[in-house]
Design a protein around this ligand. Structure first.
Ligand SMILES: *[C@@H]1O[C@H](CO)[C@@H](O)[C@H](O)[C@H]1NC(C)=O
Ligand SMILES: *[C@@H]1O[C@H](CO)[C@@H](O)[C@H](O)[C@H]1NC(C)=O
Length: 657
């Protein structure tokens, strides 16, 4: 259907509730013809309740938007991805703001580099994309702690997150003051691209789960947003379209309710749910799922393009506003990925999401189909030239051992070490991410073997006795006990990995490390020594001498090199393949690229954006947590390499459940 044409509707078969929806849409369609002759020449973005549509500059307007997270894309690629989104005819993007990356420490704000949100907004504006801003403070988005800063849990253990609890709202107020001060000039009526601002994020399902719909909290956020951004700004809420109770739970006056749902759901039914709370105004699906997220150890999610694009077509024909979640997923670099619960499931480094634009910025067949659907309703700016970026296989990267984590523990312990009767959590230690080494010297005679039990182990615990691995405790596998052999005078060491804080649901207060007592047999162990290993910087490895060890029975560091000659251009994107390695972290020129875990799958390669590489020598550092494929033979190392290849593998084998 071309712009301005009326949709071909089967009036006779239409049910009453559909008629209610559609008649409003038709009016909007008629007015759309006027989009090229603005009635007024000053900028405004509002809702016309009588005509059931948004108004941009006083003219009926419908958005077809796509979600993209600036914190999941290398800043040098922002413009490329935004251009690609615009080239499909989308007229808006929807963007989460991640509080924890902007305020990593209380009162210390970051808006540079990866956090340069304003630059991102300016680029969107430059390419003709409007912006739907989702400042949270909670965003979920499969990010650590749903985007909240970990230090909220440090300040008050009993904090009631996402409620009006002052120990939550006070830091929110100080953060929003800083954020909104920067956002104000980017509002549409101030000449920028931001047309709407979301209040909270799918709050209704949380309120339902905690058994209390704290609408006073939502009202406070609404008022706070208006206080900083002014009265004109259009505020909206998003809740699951499948649950009327959820929409009701977050409903406050002055905030427009929208719904979200995927391609397999009955869109008329879902919009009918929106209509129960917004009898007039535009129909909006704020998150229409183009794909879905993955978890380590579970099959790769894929949603067929035909399913996504035919459902989109139907919604657009119906006159709805749609945001595609995601149009480009990107990558959860470093320790950015969060976890789901009640079955503790960890999200991988890739956030490809099976989206139309792949993790590496490729225009997939789903993208081409999307463009064809959008072309029926919107102008496609054909003049924008976009294409897949070139990928390069830099070949094998040979690795040399740098020793075990115990060899380096004093260098890695950048925060102070602590001693306490009970084990302290990451949060109590003031540590956001990485590992904590818990040590206890056994001063009594034990049975042999003896059962070690840590019910509150968050999330993966490597159990050593005098630096010899005994076994692994795992929250995701519900393994909280193992038999070990230990004698009086020996050191029990538990190296605990934070695999990402819970990002969804009522169990959001997810403390990391050892969060309970530790029992050995029937005895509770007291007197613990804690060493923080945040791995926030790994520079000192440059100077580390090669280890002379020939066998590694605990976590170990490995160092390699990519030599890139690029006389004419900058280095190209590549994918690192960890085939035959187990589980760990990889740093490229000191940048934490993220977690690899090919043994569990489905992700087997890590996307390495070209801008992280430089012409000449590039440092690769691995922390392998489990087993390496390396074999020492007559003074050299065999099978000790990872590979740089030119295609991703996100759909690898996973354990059968
Ligand atoms: C700008 O728009 C507002 C309403 O959105 C209107 O009241 C005002 O008169 C307009 N100003 C100009 C100069 O067009
Ligand atoms: C771009 O990449 C996608 C995904 O890798 C592929 O399906 C598509 O064919 C590529 N397009 C071109 C023109 O090479």
């Amino acid at each position: 259907m071309r712009k301005g044409q009326l949709p071909s509707l089967r009036w006779k078969t239409m049910k009453l509730k559909e008629l209610l929806l559609v008649s409003s849409v038709l009016v909007a369609q008629i007015f759309c013809d006027q989009r090229h002759q603005p009635l007024i020449n000053n900028r405004s973005f509002t809702i016309d309740y009588a005509r059931n549509t948004f108004l941009k500059d006083g003219v009926p307007f419908r958005y077809i938007s796509g979600s993209i997270h600036y914190f999941r894309v290398h800043p040098n690629h922002w413009e490329d991805r935004l251009k690609k989104i615009r080239s499909a005819g989308l007229n808006a993007i929807q963007v989460y703001v991640e509080w924890n990356s902007h305020e990593p420490e209380p009162g210390k704000f970051q808006f540079e580099g990866n956090q340069d949100l304003e630059h991102f907004l300016e680029l969107a504006h430059k390419w003709g994309l409007l912006v739907i801003l989702r400042p949270g403070p909670f965003i979920d988005a499969e990010r650590d702690f749903g985007g909240l800063p970990f230090w909220l849990l440090q300040k008050n253990k009993q904090i009631k997150l996402r409620t009006k609890d002052p120990s939550f709202m006070k830091p929110v107020r100080s953060w929003f003051q800083v954020l909104f001060q920067r956002m104000k000039k980017h509002l549409y009526h101030n000449g920028g691209p931001i047309i709407m601002v979301q209040v909270e994020n799918e709050y209704g399902s949380y309120g339902q789960q905690i058994g209390k719909c704290d609408t006073e909290y939502i009202s406070q956020l609404r008022d706070l947003t208006r206080e900083h951004l002014g009265q004109e700004v259009l505020l909206f809420a998003t809740d699951g379209g499948g649950s009327i109770d959820s929409i009701r739970c977050s409903k406050v006056p002055g905030v427009y309710s929208t719904v979200d749902f995927g391609p397999t759901e009955d869109f008329k039914d879902r919009f009918y749910h929106q209509r129960l709370f917004e009898p007039h105004g535009p129909l909006v699906n704020s998150e229409f799922y183009t794909g879905w997220l993955d978890h380590w150890g579970y099959p790769h999610s894929q949603t067929p393009s035909t399913m996504v694009n035919s459902a989109l077509d139907a919604m657009l024909e119906f006159g709805a506003n749609v945001n595609l979640y995601m149009v480009h997923g990107g990558t959860s670099f470093g320790f950015g990925a969060g976890s789901n619960f009640p079955s503790f499931q960890v999200t991988p480094t890739s956030y490809d999401y099976d989206a139309p634009i792949s993790e590496a910025g490729d225009l997939t067949p789903k993208f081409e189909d999307l463009k064809r659907v959008v072309a029926k309703y919107e102008y496609i700016p054909d003049a924008i030239q976009v294409r897949n970026s070139s990928k390069k296989a830099y070949g094998s990267i040979y690795l040399k051992p740098l020793g075990t984590i115990f060899d380096h523990v004093s260098n890695l312990t950048t925060l102070s070490t602590s001693t306490n009767k009970d084990p302290l959590t990451f949060e109590e230690l003031g540590q956001a991410f990485g590992f904590v080494l818990y040590e206890h010297r056994i001063d009594h005679i034990t049975t042999n073997p003896v059962q070690l039990e840590i019910q509150g182990l968050h999330d993966r615990g490597y159990v050593y006795v005098n630096e010899e691995l005994q076994g692994i405790l795992s929250r995701s596998e519900s393994i909280f006990t193992i038999p070990i052999t230990i004698t009086k005078g020996q050191k029990l060491q538990i190296l605990v990995e934070n695999q990402g804080r819970i990002c969804f649901g009522k169990d959001l207060n997810d403390f990391k490390g050892i969060t309970s007592q530790v029992k050995l047999g029937n005895k509770v162990l007291n007197r613990w020594h804690m060493r923080s290993i945040p791995l926030s910087q790994v520079d000192h490895f440059k100077a580390a001498p090669p280890s002379l060890k020939t066998e590694f029975k605990s976590m170990s560091f490995w160092k390699g090199h990519i030599q890139i000659s690029c006389p004419r251009s900058t280095p190209e994107d590549t994918f690192l393949s960890f085939k035959h390695w187990s589980k760990g972290l990889v740093f490229v020129n000191g940048f934490n690229l993220g977690r690899y875990w090919p043994r569990l799958g489905p992700q087997e390669t890590l996307y390495l954006p070209g801008p992280l590489l430089k012409c000449g020598g590039n440092d690769i550092l691995l922390l392998e947590q489990d087993e390496t494929p390396c074999q020492h033979h007559k003074g050299s190392w065999l099978h000790c390499n990872i590979k740089s290849i030119d295609t991703p593998q996100l759909n690898g084998q996973t354990p059968s459940v």
